[in-house]
Design a protein around this ligand. Structure first.
Ligand SMILES: *Cc1c(COP(=O)(O)O)cnc(C)c1O
Length: 412
């Protein structure tokens, strides 16, 4: 469900014409629907309404302050993976008691910042990190609340680059060592054990891996309780997939239905860290066609957005639908939709059947609200693009397009 639809032949976001935004703000531009974001949050939240829970939006999916503020106003928390994300989450007014901090390489400075900010908990990924957090907390005369990130060795059946819960993964602590690590944690004076965490991967389109992982986690929670270690929070991570092309991911309600019976008697608060499922289909990238070119074996549609603006196709061979902003009569052809970057890997779509566009026409790259702008860069010295939020019949630029001056800020 999203709010990007044709009215007549023209694509709208809620009640605002995309063409109008493109004319006034320029291209490329990311456009988000506040209504879709809010809806997605509420649907996800409602799926777990039967038990105490916190929805911590995964900031890395889309870290724009206006988007974080929107989730904060709905009562959402944040799943962060860096000091920078903590800074953003706090700026957006997210309650520190709803912030959880994951990541295998937290630095002393980041740990200290998070401790002083009084976040809910650290999701700890290794014994040495645990010791480091204990040491930093000791120096600050504070106690650090922690969960251990356990690797349940479940195959999420997704792209290997976004699979994180297998034995060979760099993330988390092997489930067979978990009790030992919890016992270590319980001996550290500045550590307070409060939870357990898992996150098995992203763009998961079935319920079964979530259920299998939760069963393993609950089994471990029971064993921990037996050995005197109490767990208040079960953090089930993120990873629920969305439709990019023809996937049929479960509705959050289905996930809730499958998980609630398992956990309702565990006596724990459930934490979720959805990223993509909240933001993915709430955003698009609008780009303008610059040139058409016929190679020896292929057609190319050359557009003004490149892999620096949206890297998912290049990095994960991800599929994004590409549709015209203005529907019209015309012939279709097969082409690669490519950007201006000097790399062969710079494409938004390969061998895609699209309507043969005219130079100057606008195209929408769909499902770009998550891992779009946040993964963008200045490669080829391209200023990062503007971001726009639509609300009903109004739109706001929520991040200005960068200028050439922005490109050299801080350089000598
Ligand atoms: C990336 C990530 C998420 C969000 O994943 P989605 O697939 O976007 O829901 C949640 N938790 C952790 C620890 C992550 O690394």
């Amino acid at each position: 469900m999203h709010d990007f639809t044709y009215i007549g032949n023209e694509l709208y976001c809620e009640k605002v014409s995309i063409r109008k935004i493109a004319q006034e703000v320029g291209t490329p531009v990311y456009i988000y629907s506040s209504n879709t974001l809010r809806n997605h949050y509420q649907v996800f939240d409602a799926a777990f309404s039967g038990i105490p829970h916190i929805v911590c939006f995964a900031v890395k999916a889309n870290s724009n302050l206006s988007i974080l503020k929107l989730f904060a106003s709905e009562g959402g928390g944040a799943d962060i993976v860096s000091g920078g994300e903590l800074f953003r989450a706090l700026k957006a007014g997210i309650d520190p008691q709803k912030i959880v901090f994951a990541g295998i390489g937290k630095t002393e400075d980041e740990i200290s910042f998070a401790l002083k900010s009084n976040i809910l908990m650290f999701n700890v990924e290794s014994p040495l990190e645990l010791k480091k957090i204990n040491e930093v907390a000791g120096n600050l005369a504070l106690k650090a609340r922690v969960a251990l990130r356990v690797n349940p060795d479940i195959d999420p059946k997704t792209h290997p680059y976004i699979s994180t819960g297998l034995k060979k993964s760099k993330f988390g602590i092997a489930i067979k060592n978990a009790i030992e690590e919890y016992q270590l944690a319980s001996t550290l004076p500045n550590i307070e054990i409060v939870g357990i965490h898992k996150h098995i991967g992203s763009q998961i389109t079935e319920v079964s891996p979530f259920v299998a992982a939760m069963e393993r986690i609950l089994d471990l929670v029971k064993k921990l309780k037996e050995s005197g270690i109490d767990i208040k929070y079960i953090d089930a991570g993120g990873g629920l997939g969305i439709r990019y092309k023809d996937e049929e991911p479960p509705h959050p309600g289905e996930l809730g239905k499958a998980l609630l019976p398992l956990i309702k008697d565990a006596g724990c608060t459930l934490i979720f860290e959805p990223g993509r499922v909240l933001a993915g289909n709430a955003g698009i990238l609008v780009t303008r066609v610059l040139y058409l070119k016929t190679g020896e074996t292929k057609n190319f549609v050359i557009v003004d957005a490149g892999m620096n603006d949206l890297i998912r196709p290049s990095l994960y061979e991800a599929h994004h639908e590409i549709i015209p902003i203005e529907k019209r009569e015309g012939s279709s052809f097969k082409a690669d939709v490519v950007g201006p970057i000097c790399e062969s890997g710079d494409f938004l779509a390969k061998d895609r059947k699209v309507m043969k566009p005219e130079p100057g026409e606008l195209l929408a790259v769909m499902s770009a609200g998550a891992y779009g702008f946040t993964m963008s860069s200045n490669y080829n010295s391209r200023p990062r693009v503007a971001e726009v939020m639509v609300e009903g019949d109004k739109y706001t630029v929520i991040r200005k397009r960068e200028s050439y001056e922005d490109l050299i800020r801080g350089e000598e």
